[in-house]
Design a protein around this ligand. Structure first.
Ligand code: SAH
Ligand code: SF4
Length: 401
């Protein structure tokens, strides 16, 4: 679908080039190809306040209409301009196209955990597919979102990693996942009405590899309505493979988002094998950056650790991990081991329950907070970080009209 926007507004679109642009410290670690892809249409959430007002002016509307649009979007989760009773209807179709083009279209939904988990497969404007997972817990409702089409980091145990990176997603594409889920939760899709309270960047992609769009997204998730969805930044988690310059940049934004670092191994020798990016940013650099992040934000950092049978789940691994984390002091991390959800054809499998238990015990005895991460939706490949755009033709699958 071609963008209907004028050039000056198109300037606001994410370029697809990674933060730091031509001078970026980690530009070269990302695919060279995605920058040449077509850009998604510009959405209201991609625009600055000035750009929104300018676009309204071109249509002959005064500035204050921008906050009306924002209120409908962020407070009522609706983009149906024709249904806005307080908005002039003479150009409703044009306004809709200009500000709220349909960036993501649900193709399929799968439910699990007795309806408390919903995974949605989305189609983007260029036919790309991504996924998000909505999960209801007793005290919170969490959405796991995708920030890139595929991922260029190549972790061999990860389904998304096998796809490679197609392109970065725009802020609009990322935020639309949030709007849709917030409306679903409100409308009782999870069994009873719920308020979307937490966001985790643990779907497809490496959010720090799509920095500008990620930041725009975080700002509009956390700002109070009508400027954003009003989900506290403290309830947003950015998970990273360990892009050190990205961690530092995020730290310097002074936004209290939680950082999760996918460590998966306590030594460089092992991590080099499991997380190729370790050759670029090694365990010492990644842990130093994670600790700096803790010091700057006073938010405990999560350490993600996929337990793989016989590979990284032995007592020695747990002891070394504890030693390396305690080196920085007490109470600054929370380790989240998760049993590996093996992908097809993988040489790695999930740890034995007794090895998981021992791993946790060793960390606890060393004074480190650790909880086995929940594998919500793992029966539908919906557990965060294990998404693959693989459409199943069986199971609890619903085609979205
Ligand atoms: N790219 C980011 C965020 C997306 S992945 C990152 O790597 O942190 C979210 C989490 O799921 C990461 O900790 C990732 O390592 C983990 N993950 C990926 N594949 C997995 C699998 N097959 N089993 C268990 N965890 C997995
Ligand atoms: Fe990318 Fe994260 Fe998967 Fe690694 S684990 S390939 S960084 S999505």
């Amino acid at each position: 679908m071609p963008s209907l926007l004028s050039d000056d507004i198109s300037e606001a679109v994410e370029t697809g080039i990674t933060p730091g642009g031509t001078t970026g410290a980690f530009r070269d670690v990302l695919s060279k190809h995605h920058a040449h892809r077509r850009k998604p249409p510009v959405h209201f959430t991609d625009m600055s306040d000035g750009e929104r007002e300018e676009a309204l002016k071109e249509l002959g509307y005064p500035k204050f209409r921008a906050s009306q649009l924002a209120r409908h979007y962020f407070s009522h989760y609706t983009t149906d301009v024709a249904g806005y009773s307080d908005f002039p209807q003479d150009q409703a179709g044009t306004v809709k196209q200009r500000f709220f083009p349909d960036l993501i279209t649900p193709l399929f939904e799968q439910t699990a955990d007795n309806g408390a988990t919903i995974k949605t497969l989305w189609q983007l404007f260029d036919g790309s597919r991504i996924e998000s997972v909505l999960m209801k817990y007793p005290t919170r409702t969490t959405l796991c979102i995708s920030s890139q089409v595929g991922c260029g980091m190549g972790c061999p145990f990860c389904a998304t990693g096998q796809l490679g990176l197609t392109r970065n997603m725009s802020a609009g594409e990322i935020l639309e996942q949030v709007r849709y889920a917030a409306a679903q939760a409100r409308d009782g899709a999870l069994g009873e009405p719920a308020r979307l309270s937490n966001i985790v960047f643990m779907g497809m992609g490496e959010a720090l590899g799509n920095y500008n769009a990620m930041l725009k997204t975080i700002r509009q998730i956390s700002a109070l309505p009508p400027h954003g969805f009003g989900i506290s930044a403290r309830n947003i988690t950015v998970s990273t493979v360990g892009i050190v310059p990205g961690i530092k940049k995020l730290m310097n934004e002074h936004i209290p988002v939680r950082l999760a670092v996918s460590l998966h191994a306590p030594s460089d020798k092992l991590r080099d094998e499991l997380v190729p990016m370790n050759k670029r940013f090694n365990t010492t650099q990644v842990l130093d950056a994670a600790h700096d992040y803790y010091m700057a934000t006073k938010r405990r950092v999560s350490i993600e650790y996929a337990l793989m049978k016989g590979i990284n789940d032995q007592a020695g691994h747990a002891r070394l991990l504890a030693k390396r984390l305690n080196h920085y002091g007490d109470d600054w991390v929370h380790v989240n081991p998760i049993p590996l959800n093996p992908i097809e054809g993988s040489r790695w499998t999930a740890s034995k329950p007794e090895d998981e238990a021992r791993f946790l015990d060793i960390l606890h005895n060393a004074g480190i907070a650790a909880t086995l991460r929940d594998t919500r939706g793992s029966d539908i490949d919906g557990a965060c970080g294990q998404l693959a755009a693989r459409v199943k033709d069986s199971g609890v699958l619903r085609t979205v009209q």
